[in-house]
Each structure stands twice: as structure tokens, then as C-alpha cells.
Write a protein that binds this ligand. Structure first.
Ligand SMILES: CC(C)(COP(=O)(O)OP(=O)(O)OC[C@H]1O[C@@H](n2cnc3c(N)ncnc32)[C@H](O)[C@@H]1OP(=O)(O)O)[C@@H](O)C(=O)NCCC(=O)NCCS
Length: 192
């Protein structure tokens, strides 16, 4: 599958997405050491729902073993395949709707990698998985993730409480993109 703007190329079987600077591929158990090293960071844990702190090899292996339940993708550097972070698409209670999640290791923040990875996952979710909608939640204090969400074109849905393993009950915002909005955004970017 090749998308119109050629920012994304994906193999048909396994998930392997190539963007300008990244390769997103199915996460595997061999990624556990890198996941454990980078995710053992309180600032990452407190901004996510499912990362406890401290975070070790057992936690990483257990999460990477969930590939039957959700799509878990390693974000790696195109070229040397350095492991940069993870993103995921998990089914929600609403059929055809998945929840997007991501984190990037601290040494790699501020270079646009989360935005590039999230946009690729959104394209993959709609184009290859044929989702009807994608949702994402972020803590109200998570300015960086809110910017990523905005730059992907998600729309604000509302604010409520959610649970973070590392931070407890927290206020969070929900954002959503439906298929029609994605199609419109993609055609907007395509030269006529
Ligand atoms: C949120 C996170 C994924 C961002 O990764 P990243 O690769 O640095 O993100 P990007 O570089 O693509 O974009 C970050 C944007 O936030 C902005 N930003 C970062 N820190 C900011 C701050 N403290 N205040 C305001 N804006 C900030 C950046 O300037 C950039 O926006 P811009 O391109 O308009 O300038 C990363 O910080 C992370 O993993 N954090 C911990 C886990 C997490 O929050 N996951 C998301 C859960 S919803």
C-alpha cells in the first residue's frame, strides 16, 4: 500500500511503515531491553496510562507479549534502526474505533518523531485497517502530546478523569478523528 502523498509505504502483511525519517515495524520481544531502558522514566510513566514506575524487563516483556490484543509498533530510525519508542493501536468498546498511544525515549524528544510516527499510524489505521475512527487521550498537563495530537488533525471531544499506573487518577482530554475527516485532511494535502 502506498499513500497518495508518498510519506508512507506499508507492507501488506506485517506492519512495516516507512516515513521520511522513521521505520515503524511490529514490536518484538527482542525490543524488551530498549523498551525497559527508555520507558523507565518517571516523566514518561506519569504521562501514560499503562507504564508503571519503576519499569523493568518483566514489564517490557509483558507489554510486548500483548501483540494478539493490540497492534504494538516499534518506532525506529530509518537507516540504522535505532529504537526510539513505541506506538500502539488498541480496539475500544466501539466497533471500528481504536485508541492510539505513543511514547518516545527522552534522548529523542523535540525532533518531530512522535508527530511523524503518529501521522503514519493514523494513515495505517484508516487506509490499511479500515477503521471508522481513531481516538487518543492525553493528560491536561501534557502540552507536548497535545501539540502532537493537534498536528495530526484530531478534534477535541472532552475532558474527564482517567487512570495512570504511575500517577493515579488524572484529568485527561479525549480527541478523535473520524474517517471522513482523515480523508478530507489527506485530500487537502494532495496537489489538485
Ligand atoms: C509527548 C511525546 C511523545 C512527544 O514526542 P516528541 O517526539 O518530542 O514530539 P514532537 O517533536 O513530534 O512534537 C512535540 C511538540 O510539542 C511541543 N512541546 C514540547 N514540549 C513542550 C512544552 N513543554 N510546552 C509547549 N510545547 C511543547 C514541541 O515544540 C512540538 O511542537 P511544535 O512542533 O509545534 O514545536 C514525548 O515527549 C513523550 O514520549 N512524552 C512522555 C510520554 C507521553 O506523553 N506520551 C503521550 C501520551 S498521550
Amino acid at each position: 500500500m502506498t499513500c497518495d502523498d508518498s510519506c508512507l509505504e506499508a507492507d501488506d502483511d506485517d506492519c512495516r511503515l516507512t516515513t521520511r525519517r522513521l521505520v515503524l515495524r511490529d514490536a518484538r520481544l527482542a525490543d524488551a531491553p530498549a523498551v525497559a531502558r527508555l520507558a523507565n522514566d518517571l516523566e514518561i510513566a506519569q504521562m501514560t496510562s499503562r507504564i508503571p514506575h519503576p519499569y523493568g524487563m518483566d514489564d517490557a516483556s509483558a507489554f510486548l507479549g500483548r501483540t494478539e490484543e493490540e497492534l504494538i509498533v516499534a518506532i525506529t530510525a530509518r537507516g540504522d534502526e535505532t529504537f526510539l519508542g513505541l506506538c500502539s493501536l488498541a480496539a475500544t468498546a466501539t466497533p471500528g474505533t481504536a485508541e492510539l498511544g505513543y511514547w518516545i525515549g527522552r534522548p529523542y524528544w523535540g525532533q518531530g518523531f512522535a508527530t511523524e510516527a503518529a501521522q503514519a499510524m493514523v494513515d495505517y489505521g484508516f487506509a490499511a485497517l479500515e477503521l471508522a475512527a481513531i481516538e487518543i487521550r492525553c493528560r491536561v498537563i501534557n502540552t507536548a502530546s497535545r501539540r502532537v495530537i493537534q498536528k495530526c488533525g484530531f478534534g477535541y471531544v472532552g475532558t474527564g478523569m482517567s487512570t495512570s499506573l504511575a500517577a493515579g487518577r488524572v484529568a485527561s482530554e479525549t480527541y478523535r478523528m473520524d474517517r471522513r475527516t482523515w480523508q478530507s485532511l489527506k485530500s487537502w494535502c494532495t496537489p489538485r
